[in-house]
Design a binder for this molecule. Structure first.
Ligand code: PGA
Length: 220
């Protein structure tokens, strides 16, 4: 059985009490589910990382944490930024290059490269989002998420065959672990995971309800 990554991107959602409730229901829903080959990664807003870390520790869970962004700078006078070393205290992963950051916050390849450098320095594993075959990937990236913009939050996923095609094209250049994101649901997740070169999913909308995200984990 191949190892699969199942990543929840909460985006800018949830308060502390909602996060606690989500976690309780998610863990309950997964009781008796074999998750041996599954790397489950929750990416909440920064402010909820400490809470989730303590919930995970208290429940002895294998669930991992990721941040949704990282500062392109070291610690210092950068108002509003959260740096890689700070994130590393709570998380093992960080998402870089999501199209919502590229489009809403004008993040370009140069800036993304700085973020990757910072993440590498702090030993954070990067989940690097690309929007198509032609999106460039910086050095030292092993986990790449193919996330076509039309599929994000639209309810219209790409086809598993197209995702496989992108995965194959990217893997010709480097032995990336390739995952798919964009309107992943409990109904369509297996179609992606069954593709030879797709090794996981990045989930937005359908991770917000814990029962639905648990279904995705079960079906993956
Ligand atoms: P979606 O979001 O599942 O709502 O399409 C995926 C993502 O943006 O990572």
């Amino acid at each position: 059985m191949k190892k699969v990554y199942i990543i929840a991107n909460w985006k800018s959602h949830k308060t502390e009490s909602e996060a606690k409730e989500w976690y309780r229901i998610f863990v309950d829903s997964l009781e008796n589910t074999n998750i041996e080959n599954k790397e489950i990664i929750i990416c909440p807003p920064f402010i909820l990382l400490p809470l989730l870390k303590s919930l995970i520790t208290d429940s002895n869970s294998f669930i991992k944490l990721g941040a949704q962004d990282v500062s392109p700078f070291e610690q210092g006078a950068y108002t509003g930024e959260v740096n890689a070393a700070q994130i590393k205290e709570y998380a093992d992963y960080v998402i870089i290059g999501h199209s919502e950051r590229r489009n809403n916050f004008q993040e370009d390849d140069k800036l993304l490269e700085e973020k990757v450098k910072q993440a590498n320095k702090a030993n954070l594993s990067v989940i690097y989002c690309i929007q198509g075959k032609d999106t460039s990937v910086p050095e030292n990236i092993s986990l790449v998420a193919y996330e076509p913009v039309f599929a994000i939050g639209s309810g219209h996923p790409d086809t598993p065959e197209n995702a496989e095609d992108v995965a194959q094209a990217k893997k010709q250049r480097y032995a990336y672990t390739l995952i798919y994101g964009g309107s992943v649901s409990p109904q369509n997740v297996a179609g992606f995971i069954n593709m030879t070169n797709i090794e996981g999913v990045l989930v937005g909308t359908d991770c917000l309800k814990p029962e639905i995200f648990a279904e995705i984990v079960k079906n993956a």
